[in-house]
Design a protein around this ligand. Structure first.
Ligand SMILES: Nc1ncnc2c1ncn2[C@@H]1O[C@H](COP(=O)(O)OP(=O)(O)O)[C@@H](O)[C@H]1O
Ligand SMILES: [Mg+2]
Length: 303
């Protein structure tokens, strides 16, 4: 097959690993920096240009869209989908995953357990919201935050109110701010489950090495391999399906009432390969091989 990896970082570990595995399985691979693509839109003639030339034909694309370029990246992916190119991640599913509020709504609708979450655009609701969450401490989260940036622990009502007031000034619409029950019993640790094609291919626990409640590797967290329970596996697989993602990094917290999903990542990092010794890249290439040949499936999520 001819495969394009849409990545702005040809030197990224994930990009290199995907290319390596695809080449070793006999595919022709190009790395396309989507930031250097543009689209031309005309009736019945939509095209993607790369470095000024029309992009050639690919049997499959593997999008690795950076968080900071979600809109631009998904525009390019959408355009290629419209031209009939198979993508291992649908543009709509990437957009869903990049919005934690939309993700929580979808996961809850599909019966996935999540930390209790409330959203409002009104300052005057703060007392009610805190009550709904069973009081402080609470987590306040930006819907489009990533790598642990934009997640705040408010330990007292006073702190929660002042953080929220500051956030509401920046986001009058309110939909970028989530208030969440604080999962105290597993603070500082969570589980990353890598799902490909309805199967768990690797999993690790991430542990904060300081007193930080965030376990993101970008915040200095450490990963160790972990064995999942059946219910954790099912939760991860169901979450990926709820989001319409064939390839997903599902973040789960072990709570007193079972696994709770924090978020589903559409371009999950490959650090998990180093932690677990699992070959995640080859699973993705096999997934692309299998699906590029099939008729396009309709996205059934509907939101
Ligand atoms: N409701 C919560 N209760 C306790 N810890 C949380 C909660 N939500 C997030 N965290 C911690 O903060 C980290 C980052 O939160 P997450 O929602 O995954 O955002 P990001 O996209 O920034 O990774 C999580 O990995 C977890 O360690
Ligand atoms: Mg996370």
């Amino acid at each position: 097959m001819k495969i394009a990896i849409l990545s702005n970082g040809p030197g990224n570990y994930s990009t290199k690993r995907l290319k390596e595995e695809a080449v070793s399985r006999g595919h022709e691979v190009d790395i396309i920096k989507y930031k250097n693509c543009y689209v031309s839109i005309e009736e019945n003639d939509n095209k993607v240009f790369y470095n000024g030339e029309p992009l050639g034909h690919y049997d499959a694309i593997i999008p690795r869209i950076a968080n900071s370029m979600t809109k631009y990246g998904t525009t390019i992916v959408r355009q290629l989908e419209m031209q009939g190119v198979y993508s291992t991640a649908k543009s709509i599913a990437i957009v869903r995953a990049r919005d934690k509020l939309r993700s929580m709504q979808l996961l809850a609708k599909y019966g996935v357990d999540i930390p209790k979450t409330v959203v409002s655009r009104n300052n005057s609701d703060i007392d009610d919201l805190l009550e709904q969450l069973g009081g402080t401490p609470i987590i306040i989260k930006l819907a489009r935050g990533t790598h642990g940036n934009g997640v705040v622990l408010a330990e007292t009502k006073k702190a929660a109110k002042s953080v929220l007031q500051a956030f509401y000034v920046m986001d009058a619409d309110g939909t970028n701010i989530l208030l969440q029950e604080f999962i105290k019993e597993s603070a500082g640790t969570d589980i990353r489950v890598f799902v490909v094609g309805g199967r768990v291919v690797a999993s690790m626990q991430r542990q904060s090495l300081t007193d930080d409640f965030r376990s993101n590797l970008h915040q200095g967290g450490m990963g160790i391999p972990i064995k999942l329970t059946d219910i954790e596996k099912k939760t991860a697989i169901r979450s990926a399906r709820a989001m319409g993602l064939g390839i997903a990094g599902v973040d789960i917290m072990r709570s007193n009432r079972g696994p709770l999903v924090l978020e589903v990542n559409a371009s999950p990092g490959f650090g998990i390969e180093k932690v677990t010794g699992r070959n995640v890249a080859v699973k993705i290439i096999e997934y692309a091989e299998l699906n590029a040949k099939q008729k396009p499936k309709r996205d059934r999520v509907g939101a």
